[in-house]
Design a protein around this ligand. Structure first.
Ligand code: ATP
Length: 236
């Protein structure tokens, strides 16, 4: 059984269709990536999966249970958590306060402290800078806070929307390593990325979207050898 399964999702903004008949599966323990150009519908797909945008049609199941129509805060409690595009931190609040906000639906106080230590082990820089206002961090550090805040909610499935956006190549590599570490600790990851190199490097399978539809999907070897991916994303 897939941890997350979406069947035939269609989403509109007004009368214009953003995604059409998209199906995908994320198996427990995997890193799955979604690639596609600007406007292909990647963010819309994530928003539809997480109840942030209503579906025109289709079904979403998490741990075998229907979740479409479930309020997002209940999905967070079930362990379905989004690290949004553009990080969306509170710039005037400290790193620590931003991280703690990610745990606002976690009731066990000791668990929150343990998770905070896990986040600091993953990103030691955040411990050093825990009192600094989040808005004064570098872009890469802000992305670490956004990922750390997601982890504070105890995700079973961590969905990340373009974590590499606007970051220097060396920082993108660090984000890739962090995703692998997070996954090795047992968190399943759904990664939306325009950076195809990152998306193919960290994932075990991948879905390619074009103009709102899945045009190709499969394991990473299949994706790398596909002419569609080579031509559209890998420069030849
Ligand atoms: P990007 O990589 O640029 O973020 P994306 O693949 O995530 O792109 P989406 O943001 O999901 O793409 O957009 C898919 C389509 O839906 C686009 O045509 C976009 O213009 C449209 N769209 C997205 N958000 C809205 C909105 N709030 N209102 C109307 N149309 C929207």
């Amino acid at each position: 059984m897939a941890l997350l399964e979406a069947r035939s999702l269609t989403v509109h903004y007004g009368t214009s269709m953003a995604i059409e008949d998209v199906s995908l599966q994320v198996a427990q323990g995997d890193v799955v990536s979604i690639i596609g150009a600007n406007g292909a519908g990647k963010s819309t797909l994530l928003r539809g999966l997480l109840g942030l945008k209503s579906l025109t049609s289709g079904e979403v199941c998490f741990e075998g249970e229907r979740i479409d129509g479930t309020p997002t805060n209940q999905l967070v409690k079930k362990g379905l958590i989004l690290v949004p595009e553009g990080r969306r931190l509170f710039p005037y609040l400290s790193v620590l306060t931003n991280l703690r906000l990610g745990a606002s639906l976690v009731e066990d106080k000791d668990e929150i402290e343990r998770t905070l230590e896990d986040v600091y082990r993953l990103f030691p820089r955040l411990k050093e800078r825990r009192s600094q206002k989040a808005g004064t961090l570098s872009g890469g550090e802000q992305q670490m806070v956004a990922i750390g805040r997601g982890l504070m909610g105890k995700p079973k499935l961590l969905c990340m929307d373009e974590p590499s956006l606007g970051l220097a190549p060396i920082v993108v590599e660090a984000v890739g390593r962090a995703i692998k570490d997070i996954n090795e600790k047992g968190v399943t990851v759904l990664l939306v990325e325009q950076n195809v190199h990152l998306a193919l490097e960290v994932a075990s399978s991948c879905f390619a979207l074009q103009v709102g539809r899945v045009v190709l999907s499969g394991d990473i070897a299949t994706m790398r050898s596909s002419d569609v991916v080579k031509k559209a994303y890998l420069g030849g």
